[in-house]
Design a protein around this ligand. Structure first.
Ligand code: NA7
Length: 542
């Protein structure tokens, strides 16, 4: 229970924001347009959010330019990307550019992490505090912390016996130029997109690299391009187009089913998707990919064939791309790779299947697997992912209106996570988040999802600030119905068949439920638009 504080001397803002990434910057931009005062706090020392934090070797975005950028003309008109899929260094520079153009810094405090937020229902204000005490009070609180800010480190038997260096991908040393990988005996646990990217950087540099794989990554080819086409006059149309497609990209949804065409035609179509690269084989495949097991397996078998063509040792190829799919194709976000499968043809790279030979324990110099083999390691990299979506709220305490419960504790309860429109939760008035639970989030890409949500949110805030209200919050019945819609739709798809972070199933003990709006970006956008037309039904204003 929070202790009441005399707030007379605490500075006031209309909007208090936690997080200086795409969401935080968009929120400030929209606030300024309306003459609202707003301030960002971020625990890190620069802009970029996840792109400031994730600086591990190979960290690169999987969504292409010009999709993956802010739709703010003064920013994009004065910036040119050097790659279609930029890496973290270029994205950090981009954020520095954003600040130069918009002067976000004047409304930002770095190295300050909000630890607690408490609501006063008489004044309708939030009090935001860090470890040293009160920071600001504000009418609206926006914890804009993204879907991947709570890292996950599994409990391994005898972990403390290990005397080598250990780095979680999320904590990569700031100053490293990747030379940390040179001539090391590296052990890598985790083969999500982070693990795949780290393999590609480590394999050519390491003395030896041992990759401990639990689930094969059904990677697709990245097909990088230098200086992609950036016709700025088309940007408004391109950015508007994002919200009409399932994943927030540009390509049209294919409306033919897998078995509507001949095997030859299918093969030709899939060849073309592979050649173009990126997420096409995931997002723009046949219409029944996520709904029909047989169709899905047909796509998987094509994918498997492509991997086997690249990996020389058939046993290793079988571990990377087994005959029986580990989960329906695309029900975990595929990673985009350049050399990942070729890297397993190198003599210094070894793949260990921890399902067949689980990690038994750690010893001083490495890992012992159940078959008794000692894997010597001097640098252990944990690419074990995140407590995604709702997990990001575990890093701080947002107290409910009565001060009796925190949001993350509520979401950890038997009911799990529940939101209205993936933007807010009942009991936490005047508080909004974007790119979090029950929005298209991890099934789309940051800028596409956030622009829809910010547009909606500020129209909603216009109603609040123009009315004579103290606070507002979701209506319980609407929130319940939305949660049901998210759950029910997921049940019509193959997504629940994977033990994925989409479903919260990657974290032991976490409730398994669909944490994303799996209908996709376009239906989500429609829902937001309808709600605006209906004068924001589902929100109770007090
Ligand atoms: P992910 O995609 O959650 O990947 C985490 C990986 O770590 C995945 O391969 C896991 O295997 C593996 N893992 C987790 N715990 C263990 C244990 N105990 N033993 C062995 N392996 C384990 O996280 P990333 O950081 O790669 O990517 C996060 C998101 O950021 C991603 O969706 C992108 O959109 C951006 P599993 O698959 O669970 O069997």
């Amino acid at each position: 229970m929070p202790v009441p504080i005399n707030t007379a001397k605490v500075p006031y803002y209309d909007i208090g924001i936690l997080g200086a990434g795409f969401s935080g910057i968009s929120a400030i931009y929209e606030a300024r347009k309306r003459g609202l005062s707003a301030h960002i706090f971020d625990g890190q020392s620069g802009f970029g959010g996840t792109w400031y934090q994730n600086r591990y070797p190979g960290a690169r975005v999987d969504s292409y330019i010009p999709i993956y950028e802010l739709s703010i003309p003064e920013v994009y008109n004065s910036w040119t990307w050097s790659e279609k899929y930029p890496d973290w260094r270029e994205i950090r520079k981009y954020f520095e550019h954003v600040d130069k153009v918009l002067d976000i810094k004047r409304d930002t405090t770095f190295d300050t992490f909000i630890t607690s937020a408490t609501f006063n229902k008489e004044s309708g204000t939030w009090l935001l505090e860090d470890k040293n005490g009160p920071l600001i009070q504000c009418r609206i609180f926006m914890p804009l912390v993204g879907f991947a800010s709570k890292k996950y480190e599994p409990d391994f038997p005898g972990f403390d016996k290990f005397k080598g260096e250990v780095i979680h991908s999320n904590d990569w040393p700031e100053a490293d130029d990747y030379s940390i990988l040179d001539n090391r005996k590296i052990g890598l646990i985790g083969t999500g997109s982070t693990g795949v990217q780290i393999v590609q950087e480590s394999a050519p540099r390491a003395d030896h690299l041992t990759v401990f794989q639990r689930t094969p990554n059904l990677c697709l080819p990245l097909r990088q391009e230098k200086t992609p086409k950036q016709d700025k006059s088309n940007y408004p149309a391109i950015h508007a187009e994002r919200s009409k497609h399932p994943g927030g990209f540009l390509e049209k949804k294919y409306d033919i089913n897998t078995f509507d065409v001949s095997p030859e035609e299918r093969e030709k179509f899939w060849d073309s998707l592979f050649e173009k690269g990126g997420f096409l084989f995931w997002n723009n495949n046949y219409a029944d990919l996520f709904f029909d097991e047989k169709a899905n397996d047909e796509a998987y078998q094509y994918w498997r064939k492509r991997v086997h063509q690249r990996v020389k040792d058939p046993k290793v190829a079988e571990m990377l791309a087994p005959k029986v799919a580990p989960h329906p194709f695309g029900t975990k976000r595929p990673s985009l790779e350049r050399t990942y499968f070729d890297d397993y043809n190198r003599d210094n790279v070894q793949l260990v299947d921890v399902n067949k030979t689980p990690i038994k324990e750690f010893y001083e110099h490495g890992i012992v697997t159940e078959d008794g083999v000692k894997h010597e390691i001097d640098l252990l990299v944990l690419a074990t992912g995140f407590d995604a979506c709702d997990g990001s709220f575990k890093n701080f305490s947002v107290w409910n209106i009565e001060g009796t419960q925190t949001l993350s504790n509520e979401w950890r309860g038997p009911e799990g996570c529940s939101t209205w429109l993936g933007l807010a939760a009942k009991g936490y008035p005047n508080m909004f988040f974007t790119y979090g639970p029950q929005a298209p989030t991890a099934l789309s890409n940051g800028p596409s999802c956030i622009s829809i949500q910010m547009d909606y949110l500020y129209k909603l805030l216009d109603k609040f600030f123009n009315g004579n209200y103290t606070y507002f919050e979701p209506d319980a019945a609407y929130q319940k119905a939305y949660r049901k819609r998210v759950d029910d739709y997921a049940e019509t798809t193959l997504f629940p068949r994977a033990k994925s972070s989409y479903m919260g199933a990657n974290i032991p003990g976490k409730k398994v439920q669909m944490l994303n709006f799996s209908e996709g970006v376009a239906p989500y956008n429609e829902l937001c638009k309808q709600n605006i037309k209906a004068d924001f039904e589902g929100w109770n204003f007090v």
